[in-house]
Design a protein around this ligand. Sequence first.
Ligand code: SF4
Length: 318
Amino acid sequence: MIKMDEINELLRKVRESCDFKEVFRTRGIRITNKCIQKPLCYYCNYMNEDIYFTSVEEVISRALELKNSGVDRVTLVSGWLGYNNKLGVRYVKAIRDDSRFDDLRLSAAFGRLSKSSLLALKKAGLDQYGCNLEGVPEILVKIKGINDFEERINTLECAREVGLDISTGFIIGVGEDWKMFDRLLRNIKELDPCSIFMSPFEPYPNTPMENFPPSNLKRVIKAIAKTKLAFPEKIIGVRIIMQCKHLPREIVSLMIYAGANLIAPPPAFSDRSVKEFFEVLKTNAENLNILYNKLINEGVNNTDVTEFIDIVGNLNLV
Ligand code: SF4
């Protein structure tokens, strides 16, 4: 059980020691949901879907829609297609050959890759490669059935060697304890990525983990704050999933307050919702400080997060 006092203390440290200047906006474009990983990861909803490939034209039009909806960085994603992902190079090249995307930061996440594949992506114009560690090795075995931790580390090291910026991340709330979490942060520190991205666990129906409980919000907030304190200069990203059907302004505000500065809206959001979402999120540290001080002055520092969020939701934040 995470105490609200502990969260408040972490949030206080974050506010005192970290700078909050900018919140970046990101979204992924799937080029295919094909994945040759065996078995498929126990949490992955790809196993519920028919295999599809997105055409280059669709990816271009999608990237344009996202750019127009306020996204400033796009990540091309696929299932794992093996160590040599030639498909991804084609999409990266198509985007880079189009001058409308000159100011778009382009990243890719195709899983473990060979150094030659990473070099081909770099030459095609990719800015950044992301390979999530997901968790410490013993957690990987539980949620994927395999331990590919070292391969993931190796992919990131190779990506750096060919000149790509690197990012990594993990899933929160899949059975890890805080000692494991701290160990993972130490592993990430050695890699020195430019951004760290976290995905709160959310169960999908018809997957082996469908009955595993979704990550609790207090855990997410604590994980964000601990990560921000460990990496005050880095971009800390969080994927908003949590089965959100509406704009979770109050949840996102709390995450930004805890130190997140890269936000990926829920996959179910339409582009219009994404645009509104980012307009609402033109939140700056000053607004959040006012908000938090107000909350503290109103004596809610010992309440649980649900109540905290209710109060945040009632404030006209931006
Ligand atoms: S490697 Fe990625 S796409 Fe493939 S099963 Fe695992 S999470 Fe899903």
